[in-house]
Design a protein around this ligand. Sequence first.
Ligand SMILES: *Cc1c(COP(=O)(O)O)cnc(C)c1O
Length: 252
Amino acid sequence: MLGFDSFLCHSHSRTTVFGAFDPLHDIADICETHGLWMHVDAAWGGGLLLSRNHAHKLSGIERANSVSWNPHKLMGVPLQCSAILIREKGLLEACNQMRAGCLFQPDKLYNVDFDAGDKTIQCGRHVDVFKLWLMWKAKGTRGFEAQINRYMELAKYFYKVLKKKDNFKLVFDAENVGDHVLVKLPSNNIYIYTQIAPKIKAQMVEAGTAMINYQPCGDKVNFFRMVFSNPATRRADVDYLIDEIERLGKDL
Ligand SMILES: *Cc1c(COP(=O)(O)O)cnc(C)c1O
């Protein structure tokens, strides 16, 4: 399990901030050979499964033993709505059931197999999945698909605009990046690099114009990480954001 843990940590830190996809079939092959549990962290990317254009990026996820998925991210379900899906039927129940007689009575008038209480990790918490169910009913799978395809198009547009600018630099330039676009602000001086993203962010927040997260990249410099997950976003907003970063960053 040591190998698995270090692999997981290594893989997680890279793919999360880069919005990249792990090669799930290759990982599944290794897990099968060595009898390892395969967990896919699809917290952000899981939503792509609803898009016929983009679902292939998660090819191999069907071989996982477990998948975590946050519909409150790409799908836009109000916070919080997180799911963990386990392949093996009955495993959650076997792991989690406390048979707490004060909460869950086994001698009800209906089939208690349908009771979620003794299977869940959450016990007495919100039924967060209700928000997802309601949204799915309202938008339908095709509605979610259209929404997600638009995010991906916006990310592509953002990427294209930035590529043409010489005062922005992409952290890396790969087709495999999902809905994230990574932007690094240029400078000849590494020290300024680490200072500039936090400064621009602080100015954006003060001006009340935009809020965009920045991340360190290992021991390298900070960069802005852009994720589209708001159905109201248009190309004009993307143009505005780029102009705004340029405007705030030009005197730094
Ligand atoms: C958001 C995120 C998490 C954390 O999810 P929580 O449900 O807040 O614990 C883990 N992994 C990835 C890839 C994420 O994007």
